[in-house]
Design a protein around this ligand. Sequence first.
Ligand code: CA
Length: 231
Amino acid sequence: MPRRILVIEDEPGIRLALKDELEFEGFEVEVAVDGVTGLAAILRSPPELVVLDLMLPGRNGFQICEEIRTREIRTPIIMLTARNQEIDKVRGLGLGADDYVTKPFSLAELVARIHAVLRRTHTHDDSGILEAAPIKLDLRKHSAFKGDIELQLTDTEFRILTLLLKRRGDVITRDDFLKQIWGEDVYVTHRTVDTHVAALRKKIEDDLEHPAYILSVRNVGYRFNENITRS
Ligand code: CA
């Protein structure tokens, strides 16, 4: 069965080009021309991946992201943005987009990113429960908890946290993260790792000024604190 991708884009030229290219790549492509019909399409039947334009009539990309993550739909999202400001990226990441492409983009680049996101969201580790109290990951159910509270993590954040917990106490370099989380994807940089870790910290740390769980190792990477003292 072909994998289904939903493209939510109000510019006809980009929408048609994406539909043609993705169908050529073997995907089944559904399109939506505004935020309201796009969101309805996701809620009706979540696709394998959503290509989501940021600026849309009806509901914008941020609102759609927030809405579907609130409903615990974990479909990977690649957001298209005309604005390159870092603040938008961070804001979007906090709402659960898995990757970004800035317009104008090449179709080849977008297709490469779609394959990279699908690759990493389909490589599930099913060895059970990983725990470093109060953080607990259920790898089979793909859910994360801090105490009794379920964390709303993106797939990328979940995988980063899984790697940190599996090797807790070890320093994990940014290159390790790139290799383990993004595979051979050539489009991500060390900064991508930092951005996702920053978004993850916002969800698990009590005090962002003094992270207690995910510790920075200057100029190298991160390690999960093996000696968490709960206050
Ligand atoms: Ca637009």
